[in-house]
Design a protein around this ligand. Structure first.
Ligand SMILES: Nc1ncnc2c1ncn2[C@@H]1O[C@H](COP(=O)(O)OP(=O)(O)OP(=O)(O)O)[C@@H](O)[C@H]1O
Length: 228
C-alpha cells in the first residue's frame, strides 16, 4: 500500500472585513491506497474545504496537495479532476433529465472512455451497486434517494479512478440504506484498492472506516482511539 494523496503543510484562509480567518493551518496527512478514511470535526471546522482541496476544486493558500508524490497544481487541476479522482456528494449531483445509465455513461465519456463495451460496462457497474436493468433505464429523479446515491457511486466507479472523495454521502439516507452505502465504500477500498475519503458527521461511517481523522484547530489529526 502506497501513499496516494498527501496534504503537505496546507494552509487555507479567507478574508472578511480585512480580517484573516484561518480554516486550515499547517494541515498534513498521508492517505493510502486500499484504505477508507472518515474525516470528522464540528460544523464549520473545514471538512468540506479540505475535501474541495483534495478534489482540486479549490486551491490552498499555502502548502501542497500531492497525488502520487506530484503537486496537483503541476498535474493541472482540470487534468487531475478528470483523470485521478471522483467526488460523491450528499445531494447526489446527478444530471436530472437523464436516466441512471446515461448518468454513468456521461461519467465514462468525461474520461474519454467511448468504447462500444461502454453500455454493457455501465449496466454491470449499476448492477453491482444494486440497481436492476429497469431501474438503470429510469430517469434518476424517479429513483429513491438511496438509489440515486448508488447511481452517483456507480458514476464514480465508472471513471475508474483511484481516489474516491465523498461529502456526507449518507446524510440524506435512512440508517439501513446508509449502512449498505458505507459497505460499498469499504469494499472499494479493500477489494479494489481505492483510497476512499469520506467527510461526515456520522458515527456509522466513522466505525466502518480504517482511519478516523479529526479536524482540530485547522490540523488533520489521526484518532487512534478507534484502533485501541
Ligand atoms: N472562501 C470563503 N469565504 C468565506 N467563508 C468561507 C470560505 N471558505 C470557507 N468558509 C467558511 O469556513 C468554514 C468552514 O467551512 P466548511 O464547509 O469547510 O466546514 P465543515 O466542517 O465542512 O462544516 P459542516 O460540517 O457544517 O459542513 C465555514 O464557516 C465556511 O462558511
Amino acid at each position: 500500500m502506497g501513499i496516494l494523496l498527501a496534504f503537505d503543510q496546507i494552509e487555507y484562509y479567507y478574508k472578511v472585513n480585512q480580517q484573516t480567518v484561518n480554516i486550515l493551518n499547517d494541515a498534513s496527512y498521508n492517505f493510502y491506497s486500499g484504505k477508507m478514511y472518515a474525516i470528522l470535526g464540528p460544523s464549520g471546522s473545514g471538512k468540506t474545504t479540505a475535501l474541495a482541496l483534495a478534489g482540486g476544486l479549490d486551491v490552498p493558500s499555502g502548502g501542497r496537495i500531492l497525488y502520487e508524490g506530484q503537486d496537483i497544481s503541476r498535474i493541472g487541476l482540470s487534468n487531475y479532476r478528470k483523470m485521478h479522482r471522483a467526488v460523491v456528494f450528499q445531494s447526489y449531483n446527478l444530471i436530472p433529465y437523464l436516466s441512471a445509465l446515461q448518468n454513468v455513461r456521461v461519467g465514462m465519456e468525461i474520461r474519454g472512455n467511448t468504447g462500444k463495451e461502454k453500455k454493457r460496462k455501465a449496466l454491470e457497474i449499476l448492477q453491482n451497486v444494486g440497481l436492476t436493468q429497469v431501474e438503470a433505464q429510469r430517469n434518476v429523479l424517479k429513483l429513491s434517494g438511496g438509489q440515486q446515491q448508488r447511481v452517483a457511486i456507480a458514476r464514480a466507479l465508472a471513471c475508474d479512478v483511484n481516489l474516491i472523495l465523498a461529502d456526507e454521502p449518507t446524510g440524506n439516507l435512512d440508517q439501513e440504506t446508509a449502512g449498505s452505502i458505507v459497505n460499498m465504500f469499504r469494499d472499494l477500498a479493500h477489494q479494489q484498492n481505492k483510497c476512499v475519503i469520506v467527510v461526515t458527521h456520522s458515527q456509522q461511517v466513522a466505525d466502518a472506516s480504517d482511519e478516523v481523522v479529526t479536524l482540530q484547530e485547522g490540523r488533520l489529526i489521526r484518532d487512534h482511539s478507534k484502533e485501541l
